[in-house]
Design a protein. Sequence first.
Length: 292
Amino acid sequence: MNPKIVSQDKNKLFHYTTPQGLIGIFTHNELWASDIFSLNDAEEFIRGIEIARKIIDNLYDSASDADKKKRIERFKKDLAHIGPSQNISTLVCSFSEAGDQLSQWRAYCQGGGYAIGFPFEGLTKAIEGQDFILAQCIYDPAKQESEVRKLIGKIVVPWVENPEKHKKKNPWASESDIGCGISNQLIWDLHGLCSTMKNTSFLEEREWRIINKTKSNWHTKLCFRHKKGLAVPYVKIALPDTDNRDFWHQVEVIVGPTPYPEESKTYVRRLLRTKHAHAMSIRNTTSSFREM
């Protein structure tokens, strides 16, 4: 995966975070990917699932015989169970192409915060082998539906239309077992796709996400943090070691709106000197401070 991006800095993606988050990232060399249902974007994720449900319902209604309807019925039942109570962990960590955007400061850094700019290529390489992908968010509703329809056309339709072809590849498996495997594949791939869906009103954020590959056995890796009375699941994303000069020399920190811009910048510099031997760019936001 080597997508093209257009940003204020074409080589970076920015992660907006609180002072506590900044300290944790540079102390432990890690990012956190949190359960999507603990975020404000869960509604957009569910919208993607609703698109899939409608497409599957239409397939069922238009099926020409009882056998096809029976095969489609499995997908209808499995899609009905997707939600906060599901056992599948969908975990995301968000970034923006925009490194100094007032709407981002307001949304994620109330009371003070930072935008950490990571090198795009370095970030992509860092998550290799950790069962994550880096994906660009989709804001256009027509494209969202198109991508879901394309996924269903690739996974579901061939099984519904020509089950014998699948049975030849798995002669010892029952039709029920084959259907179960195909349905699981659809659910896993839908989780990844729907995790990239955002409301068009947030287009200016130009968001990218690190998303876990849900087919992996994530329940053994889950950690938990407190948020609004909930024990929220998250997993750790390892960043390169501190001796990786190629990566850390490209990292920068933007200090968000604050009544203490120079003190904030100084303290960040001290933090980086304590935890990292490499010089990193630190600069203040161009946005003037307002009580957010």
